[in-house]
Ligand binder design. Structure first.
Ligand code: SF4
Length: 250
């Protein structure tokens, strides 16, 4: 962020320039009831090569890739490869490439799992999952979106209270770029009926009772996000929690 940009009147420390803030608000209202293709088409046209997408190969991400393959197949797509993902998730990357020709880039933390666990005297996901997610997801994401102006995510409003507060187009103060959520207002039922109808590849673990799939040590079968970080209050990895100016989460 340049000093000139920070000095603009009315600009908050973590906020967009005023003109961009106004544009985001306008588009969020205009596109609130739009279908995902229209939202993605706007984003691809507006941000061009500045647009990127993060996917954990969840069913929503796979559906967005289905749309993106038609709308903007050259969009750079990446996965945060923590080193703890399921083998089934990693295989899905190959299936996506075969079906859509989209090469998903693997973005990795600076240490391997073995190095990380040696450094900390064992795995942190058991006792300090927030730290583990921060080190192996948030920091790599920050690096992965540097230089981009917008990113696409597959969050849906009905998943968590945090996500219910989102907009289809919003400013992401945590990472300093525009965030586009084309499936925000879709239900799980609508996502799944579309995936089945259009033959979109999805993670085979969904057929084994896993609704939401993250890292293997922190994911169990269950409805919605109940299988994530079982037994803990945590239900977000930190990527989609917006921070206010003073750093508190919503
Ligand atoms: S989901 Fe679990 S293993 Fe993956 S980064 Fe977070 S705490 Fe670590």
């Amino acid at each position: 962020m340049s000093m000139e940009a920070l000095a603009q009147p009315g600009r908050r420390p973590n906020g967009p320039p005023p003109e961009l803030a106004a544009e985001i608000a306008d588009q969020a209202a205009l596109l609130d009831h739009a279908d995902p293709e229209a939202i993605l088409s706007w984003a691809a046209g507006r941000f061009g090569a500045g647009l990127t997408m993060a996917t954990a190969f969840g069913v929503e991400g796979c559906l967005i890739l289905h749309f993106l393959a038609k709308i903007a197949p050259g969009t750079r797509v990446f996965n945060l490869d923590t080193g703890y993902q399921f083998a089934q998730t990693l295989r899905l990357r190959e299936r996506i490439r075969e079906k859509y020709g989209i090469e998903v880039e693997m973005v990795r933390p600076s240490t391997t799992v073995a190095e990380y666990e040696t450094e900390h005297g064992g795995p942190l996901h058991r006792h300090r999952p927030d730290q583990c997610c921060h080190d192996r997801k948030v920091i790599p994401l920050r690096r992965a979106v540097a230089g981009y102006t917008a990113w696409i995510s597959g969050i849906r409003a009905e998943e968590t209270a945090h996500r219910a507060g989102g907009k289809v187009v919003q400013w992401d103060a945590k990472f300093g770029l525009t965030k586009v959520n084309p499936l925000l207002n879709w239900t799980r039922k609508k996502v799944w009926s579309s995936v089945i109808a259009w033959g979109v590849p999805y993670n085979e673990l969904h057929d084994q009772g896993y609704d939401s799939i993250g890292c293997e040590p922190c994911t169990a079968p269950g409805e919605g996000r109940e299988g994530r970080w079982g037994g803990q209050a945590k239900n977000e990895c930190g990527l989609h929690i917006q921070e206010h100016e003073h750093g508190s989460g919503i």
